[in-house]
Design a protein around this ligand. Structure first.
Ligand code: NI
Length: 270
């Protein structure tokens, strides 16, 4: 199914519909997420999304603030900021309706990259149509530039984050299953084992969650991204697209659930 593009805001879309639009756009690139949802609902689970993650370059007009606009219009409010490794900073947006997922928007400081990588990204940005950043469907507008596979490789050698944004443009990077809201899995390990049993591959580098002081408050696992064919100017190549994330949150000493984010062990952004 082709995801709808260019939906107007705010009057004709509800918050739940916006999340649904993003989900359909995402599973077009990451069909495993739809399959996993189907396997889990087939077992009787009702899935809750912990958060939806979006990525962009920290550049005027297309940075995190631009991506946040449709969410803010629908009631998500900006909350805490994060600094992740390798030039990535992020901010969380939350909605008063607890049934709606958090939105985690991260952006890469392009000037943290080498001059060669910056030149590649500059050449992509030069192709942006007038007014692109103001599009109401910016968060799922897709890739608005042409690029060469050799440039993708150059970026990937330096920053997987930069290469992903360059190759896919504007697209949800991942949805996240709230594993604590599932009723038939005692822990994240059991959920991971169930997915592996059903033929899904987990990302080893994400396994075991996080090191550091927050490790006791949040556990994380992720599937390996689906490889999909992407058309570059010089070749069509299968490259990793989006993963599906699994998160289990634990209580703080106060008894409240930890709601924050910590850097993914591999990706440099949660
Ligand atoms: Ni995440």
């Amino acid at each position: 199914m082709q995801p709808p593009r260019g939906l107007p805001y705010p009057t004709q879309v509800t918050s739940a519909e916006l999340i649904d639009v993003l989900w359909r756009d995402y599973v077009a690139k990451a069909p495993q997420a739809e399959e996993i949802r189907s396997v889990l609902t087939g077992r009787g689970e009702i899935l809750c999304n912990d958060h939806v993650a979006l990525r962009t370059f920290a550049l005027p007009g297309i940075g995190g603030c631009a991506l946040a606009r449709p969410f803010e219009t629908l009631g998500w409010r900006p909350r805490e900021r994060y600094e992740f490794p390798r030039g990535v900073r992020a901010r969380a947006w939350r909605h008063d309706d607890p049934a709606l997922p958090g939105i985690l928007i991260s952006e890469l400081a392009v000037d943290a990259l080498s001059p060669r990588a910056q030149a590649v990204i500059d050449a992509l940005i030069d192709q942006l149509p007038e007014g692109f950043g103001a599009r109401s469907d910016l968060a799922w507008a897709g890739r608005p530039w042409r690029m060469r596979y050799t440039d993708y490789q150059l970026l990937r050698a330096e920053s997987g984050y930069a290469a992903w944004v360059a190759a896919f443009g504007f697209l949800v990077n991942h949805f996240t299953v709230d594993a604590g809201a599932l009723s038939t899995f005692p822990d994240l390990t059991a959920l991971g084992a169930f997915l592996v049993e059903h033929g899904f591959a987990l990302d080893d580098t994400a396994g075991g969650g996080f090191a550091g002081p927050r490790a006791e408050q949040i556990e994380r696992a992720a599937t390996r991204p689906d490889p999909i064919a992407v058309e570059f100017a010089d070749a069509t190549v299968r490259i990793p697209s989006c993963h599906y994330e699994l998160v289990r949150r634990h209580p703080l000493p106060s008894g409240e659930l930890f709601t924050g984010f910590v850097a993914a062990s591999a990706g440099g952004a949660a």
